[in-house]
Design a protein around this ligand. Structure first.
Ligand code: BGN
Length: 275
């Protein structure tokens, strides 16, 4: 797939590429005013061309409004400069059970494809913002790990198989691995498991040039309900064996509400609790 359907090129932004300071003192009101022309649900398309990639950005969420507004403030203009045809899906876990980031991603994928012909999915944490306009938010020939150059890790890759923070999959790539596992409750490991699925499905992973993918991770204390998952290692080891029965094919959930906000679509969902 072409990196960008619209004939926009990295070169165009070179002069204003960054790294730049990300605006963190923002209000939702000013973000709404600056994006007044956005249709409800935060779905924007380039005006003068048809993008090849139709991108759903899926953000797992619970009680992180301060980060969400910073993300929205910075990302709407960023994505529009890249002439992206994109929709934002904030998938909120209802209730108090342990957070399940991976299952929320699967829900976001399943709900987004009901609304539009999306063919690229960018699964992103709410607290990571790219610093450089050349960092193309697009899918690629292989599943792409995009959070490979974070300020909090001194712009280095923590370990070779790191696949956390932000990943981009075409629809075909994501179906091939049957999505994420639904079995990871609490913090950590679900991204390592997804990496194993990609390898088991005989795909490779790609990463952008770390100079270009420099990104800011907004620091915060770990959320209540997202304590470290101590059961992840055996699940990661058996990813290749389990992947065809644990994932999109076994996903069940109950939608509490789907709301079209000005800047995003919020899907609030009951995903149950750990068995
Ligand atoms: C790893 C986590 C990842 C996380 C990275 C970066 C696990 C599995 C058990 C070893 N992996 O340790 O999920 O993305 O740190 O924070 O917890």
């Amino acid at each position: 797939m072409d990196e960008s359907g619209c004939r926009i090129h990295n070169r165009l932004w070179r002069r204003e590429s960054g790294p730049y300071n990300i605006e963190v003192n923002v209000t939702l009101e000013e973000t709404i005013i600056e994006n007044a022309y956005l249709p409800l649900g935060g779905h924007s398309k380039p005006e003068n061309c048809t993008a090849l990639q139709k991108i759903a950005i899926v953000i797992p969420f619970r009680n992180r409004e301060p980060h969400l507004k910073i993300w929205l403030y910075n990302m709407h203009p960023f994505l529009q400069k890249q002439q992206a045809d994109y929709g934002i899906y904030v998938v909120e876990q209802h209730g108090e059970s342990k957070f399940n980031r991976a299952k929320l991603m699967n829900v976001g994928f399943s709900e987004a494809i009901k609304e539009y012909d999306y063919n690229c999915f960018i699964f992103s944490d709410v607290d990571i913002i790219p610093m450089d306009q050349r960092n193309l938010y697009r899918c690629s020939t292989n599943p792409k790990h995009m959070a490979n150059s974070l300020d909090k890790f001194n712009f280095r890759l923590l370990y070779q198989t790191l696949f956390g923070g932000i990943v981009a999959f075409t629809k075909e790539q994501f179906l091939k691995v049957n999505g994420f596992s639904n079995m990871f409750w609490g913090w950590g490991g679900e991204d390592d498991e997804l990496y194993e699925r990609v390898i088991a499905a005989k795909m490779k992973i790609e990463r952008p040039n770390p100079k270009i993918s420099k990104s800011k991770a907004i620091l915060h204390v770990r959320d209540v309900g997202n304590e470290r998952n101590r059961k992840s290692i055996p699940l990661i080891k058996k990813a290749g064996i389990r992947m065809h029965r644990d994932g999109l094919s076994s996903l069940n959930y109950t939608i509490i509400s789907t709301t079209k906000h000005r800047l995003y679509t919020k899907v609030t969902v009951d995903i149950g609790h750990p068995e």
